[in-house]
Design a protein around this ligand. Structure first.
Ligand SMILES: [Zn+2]
Ligand SMILES: [Zn+2]
Ligand SMILES: [Zn+2]
Length: 142
């Protein structure tokens, strides 16, 4: 866990961003969240770590991390407040049950071929993806 944290901290530094106390605190909260956390939970946990870190600085940090693909916002549970998901290696995959809203995580990724094909065909440079499949989970389909 701490190694992952320093990897992400390295990524921040490599992108030319200072490792401020606020940024490192938000990183730590994200790491300890197990992958999914709402902005309200981030705020609450960061201020429990250090009450001097302000709301605005937490939101700016989340925006910065979003642009660096450390996290991405998703709207699993609410259309109002995003849930931030960590993007290990730049990708994250879900299957969401449209009946019970269960979120199933999976690591398998066979999108590298599609990524290369899109880059060649559209002239873009792709840095990551967040995939959501929708359907019925094993319990709901019975
Ligand atoms: Zn279900
Ligand atoms: Zn997830
Ligand atoms: Zn993937």
């Amino acid at each position: 866990m701490s190694e992952q944290l320093s990897l992400r901290a390295e990524r921040l530094r490599a992108a030319g961003h200072k490792l401020t106390h606020a940024r490192l605190s938000v990183l730590r909260v994200l790491e300890e969240s197990g992958g999914h956390v709402t902005s309200a939970e981030v705020l609450e946990r960061v201020s429990a770590l250090d009450a001097s870190i302000g709301r605005a600085s937490v939101f700016r940090t989340l925006d910065l991390f979003t642009s660096l693909l450390i996290v991405r916002p998703t709207y699993i549970d609410s259309s109002v407040t995003p849930t931030y998901v960590l993007m290990p290696e730049g990708h994250h995959h879900h299957i969401i049950c449209t009946n019970c809203n269960r979120v199933i995580e999976f690591e398998d990724c066979c999108l590298s071929e599609m990524t290369a094909e899109l880059e060649a065909r559209l002239g873009v440079k792709l840095t990551g993806h967040l995939v959501e499949f929708y359907g019925l989970c094993d319990r709901c389909r019975q």
